[in-house]
Design a protein around this ligand. Structure first.
Ligand SMILES: Nc1ncnc2c1ncn2[C@@H]1O[C@H](COP(=O)(O)OP(=O)(O)OP(=O)(O)O)[C@@H](O)[C@H]1O
Ligand SMILES: [Mg+2]
Length: 434
């Protein structure tokens, strides 16, 4: 970056020229400085550009797309009760229900001083309340693809006035699993629109594919590609498969971890591990795609509130979830795809906090480990399991990462209960307190 360009980078939210209502909302959340991805992406979105934006986990990508998007649709904000006055103008797609709810919660916070309607539709729950919200009209719609298509198929939502499309976790949304649904949704949108693709990881293949959905896009890359946040200390322990449970318990005990998110590769092994932990008297819960939505949300909420110590999860929980001050992620089994490793460990060490990522690697996972190391372009620190006699050094402290992109973020406290998670599907609501 040239010196003059560097001088132009906004270091305060005021310099980003967002509407006063949005700035006030950001201030009330305690954000003082925009993060690097916010500094770079916000002016480009305000200027109308399509974006392919990459920045490390936990560095504020949600606000990087949501704030300028709200600013741009603000001229359409109105308090009319007529649904026709509230067409969908912004569509935000996310790969999991929990992430869609979280993004929706953030958008509601950012839009709280504006009379813009926002709602969230996702599967696994009844259709009725979502239908009522859609019928009433909504400017910002956050959705998982399958449920959105159900509503579109039932003619409950028109997407022909969408000006903004956001794909959060865009590389996941563009991979084989989601691409067919995504193509169907794209066919319902106007060709003339602004599209914003955000993720912490992008493979070359996905970047090529993404070009088909974007018009003259700008590439924004904060930090080296596909890297985890620098605030996460990463270690690996070589452990025979049969000893993994004891190894997990040892790591939790010796490291004195108040909580950990524990990843397995399959639903079956998540169930098995969860049952074994419960048998051992630990406060554990399980989250994966075969659980009911109520069970999924209860497990996540209990974990966020701290009543659950170990949340055993499949990669359904790997992307985007923001659990304040989560101290550690443990890979009980390594993921098949190296991207998932980056996203999994990014559930800790967020917003400037420090975090620990421990991988338990059995002999038959050596190939997966090598793949991860190639992807993140560094070798993992392989160390013996910690012993009570020689506990390991604590995880990297935030002061040690002052040059990192998260250095601009203030320390956070665990939030009040995220009531929205346990409530029925959100109703269409007027974010301006009406
Ligand atoms: N400018 C800021 N100042 C302080 N905190 C911020 C700022 N921007 C975002 N945050 C907070 O940082 C946390 C992480 O943000 P967010 O979930 O958007 O990260 P992300 O980059 O999308 O991560 P991931 O790749 O895991 O999805 C959130 O709790 C958010 O409220
Ligand atoms: Mg995110």
């Amino acid at each position: 970056m040239t010196e003059s360009a560097a001088l132009e980078v906004a270091t305060t939210f005021a310099e980003l020229n967002l509407a006063p209502e949005i700035q006030a909302a950001v201030e009330s959340l305690g954000y003082v400085h925009p993060t690097p991805i916010q500094q770079q992406a916000i002016p480009l979105v305000l200027a109308g550009r399509d974006l392919l934006a990459q920045a490390q986990t936990g560095t504020g990508k949600t606000a990087a797309f949501a704030l300028p998007l709200l600013d741009r649709i603000k001229p359409h904000a109105n308090t009319s009760t007529s649904p026709a006055r509230h067409p969908v103008r912004a569509l935000v797609l996310a790969p999991t229900r929990e992430l869609a709810i979280q993004v929706y919660d953030s958008v509601v916070e950012y839009a709280k001083n504006l009379p813009l309607r926002c709602t969230c539709v996702y599967g696994g729950v009844g259709m009725q309340e979502q239908e009522a919200a859609l019928r009433a009209g909504v400017e910002v719609l956050v959705a998982t693809p399958g449920r959105l298509l159900d509503h579109a198929g039932n003619k409950l939502v028109q997407l022909n006035q969408v000006q903004f499309l956001v794909l959060d976790e865009a590389d996941r949304m563009l991979d084989m699993g989601f691409l067919p649904d995504l193509k169907r949704i794209l066919a319902l949108l106007p060709k003339q629109r602004q599209s914003l693709l955000f993720s912490a990881t992008f493979s070359d293949e996905i970047v090529r594919l993404a070009q088909n959905f974007l018009q003259n896009p700008m590439r924004v890359e904060v930090a080296r590609r596909n890297t985890a946040a620098e605030t996460v200390e990463q270690v690996a322990h070589k452990v025979p498969e049969a000893d993994k449970l004891e190894a997990l318990l040892r790591v939790v005990k010796v490291r004195d971890l108040a909580q950990a998110l524990v990843f397995t590769r399959t639903k079956i092994s998540a169930d098995k591990l969860g049952r074994r932990l419960l048998k051992r008297g630990l406060e554990a819960a399980i989250i994966h795609g075969d659980k009911t939505q109520v069970d999924r949300l209860q497990a996540l909420e209990g974990f966020k509130q701290g009543t659950i110590k170990l949340l055993v999860a499949t990669d359904i929980a790997a992307r985007g979830l923001d659990i304040v001050e989560l101290p550690a992620v443990i890979n009980y089994e390594l993921p098949y795809s190296p991207e998932d490793y980056v996203h999994r460990i990014g559930r800790t060490g967020r917003a400037g906090a420090s975090g620990l990522a421990v991988s338990l690697v059995s002999a038959d996972e050596d190939k997966l480990l090598a793949g991860i190391e190639r992807f993140i372009k560094r070798e993992l620190n392989i160390v013996p399991l910690p012993s009570p006699a020689s506990p390991p050094r604590p995880a990297v402290s935030p002061e040690e990462t002052e040059s990192g992109p998260a250095a601009t973020l203030p320390r956070r406290r665990r939030a009040e209960p995220v009531c929205a998670l346990l409530m029925p599907p959100p109703q269409s609501q007027l974010a301006g307190g009406q």
